[in-house]
Design a protein around this ligand. Structure first.
Ligand code: SF4
Ligand code: SF4
Length: 344
């Protein structure tokens, strides 16, 4: 295994870690087998989230007797001090540990981030927990460039997690700043939320960028883990054939893939367009329908509120057919809801 230092945290971690989203589909026995296989391969980094339903709990159960073999990271959507205090406590209980190595503020909007930083905000709880030894280090995760840029200015931020993959290179310039400032860059969505099928190629492409500290593909079987690790350990330069495949993937996904840059905003009706696509993607491509559907339910304005004004499409730098895509998302969510209701 190749090991790296996770920015200012000083933690020594494997170049590839376990992304905890698909753990939700698993059970404690399978997770334990997966963790044992990861230990054998030298993987020592696990990322989860309070928002990934049972992911923290399953990992906690599987980690019994193996806690010291892993650097454990999680994150919370809490924005206030009170809510963050509760979430830290729940994470500690779920993981059955007295210290979580890295705790991250999970995907705040620009406004959310100001709430986190303000008096009575979530940062106070995080810093108190860190001082008390319940948390080792602090980080942040983001999907928007504006939040990424703001996070770079915050001295408590030791790591930043952001999407980077064959079809999402919008963060590259800011990733280089992470290297300059010794902030660990954690690469999420290496397969673009399941849109890229060739995991080996996707991981080789990502690891060729020296600004990526660690990549965390979602893995839930030993076979998947072995394939991912082989890709990361193959440090030979990308071949011409691989470069051609990368261009083909870009060509294929480029016409209908949302990079979550938010340039299309504001929507006339207040639809959070990028989030609709993100949540629908879990349902359409990632076999995580229940989770995608439940997150979609938290959006105050749904895809079917679109009035076809077309303004968003004039602003999208990738010329996405946003209106058509939103109609498909609305239809897929409705089908999921009906199927779900029929089963109950
Ligand atoms: S076309 Fe629909 S999604 Fe786009 S700005 Fe208008 S209402 Fe919003
Ligand atoms: S729809 Fe276009 S402008 Fe809007 S977030 Fe996606 S890629 Fe960016």
């Amino acid at each position: 295994m190749k090991y790296v230092t996770l920015g200012k945290t000083g933690l020594k971690i494997s170049k590839v870690g376990l992304g905890g989203i698909p753990i939700q589909k698993s059970n404690a026995q399978e997770v334990k087998a997966l963790l044992q296989a990861l230990i054998e391969q030298g993987v020592n980094y696990i990322d989860s989230a309070r928002g990934y339903t049972v992911s923290e709990e399953l990992l906690g159960e599987a980690l019994e007797g193996m806690r010291d073999r892993f650097v454990l990271a999680t994150k919370s959507m809490a924005r206030t001090k009170e809510a963050m205090e509760k979430d830290i406590q729940i994470s500690l209980q779920n993981f059955r540990t007295d210290c979580i190595d890295l705790y991250q503020v999970h995907n705040p909007s620009e406004a959310d981030l100001e709430t986190v930083l303000a008096p009575g905000g979530a940062l106070e709880a995080l810093q108190e927990a860190k001082a008390a030894g319940k948390i080792g280090h602090l980080g942040i995760t983001a999907h928007s460039l504006a939040v990424f840029e703001r996070a770079l200015e915050l001295d408590w931020v030791e790591t930043i997690m952001f999407p980077y993959n064959i079809v999402e290179s919008q963060g590259e310039a800011l990733m280089a700043k992470c290297t300059e400032r010794n902030i660990g860059f954690i690469d999420m969505k290496p397969l673009a939320g399941g849109a890229i099928e060739d995991a080996t190629l996707a991981l080789r492409y990502i690891c060729a960028n020296p600004d990526v500290t660690v990549v965390i593909p979602g893995m839930y079987s030993v076979k998947e883990a072995e394939e991912n690790l082989a890709a990361v350990l193959n440090e030979s330069p990308l071949t011409e054939e691989e470069k051609q495949k990368i261009e083909a993937i870009r060509g294929q996904l480029g016409t209908n893939f949302c990079r979550r840059c938010n340039y299309c905003q504001p929507c006339t009706k207040g639809i959070s367009i990028a989030n609709v696509f993100l949540f629908a993607g879990y349902l359409q491509r990632y076999d995580l329908g229940e989770w995608g559907y439940s997150r979609y339910q938290t959006l105050p304005v749904k895809a079917d509120a679109c009035v076809d004004c077309g303004l968003c499409e004039t602003r999208c730098p990738y010329h996405l057919p946003i209106r058509e895509m939103l109609k498909k998302c609305a239809a897929d969510m409705k089908t999921f809801e009906e199927t779900r209701a029929a089963k109950q």
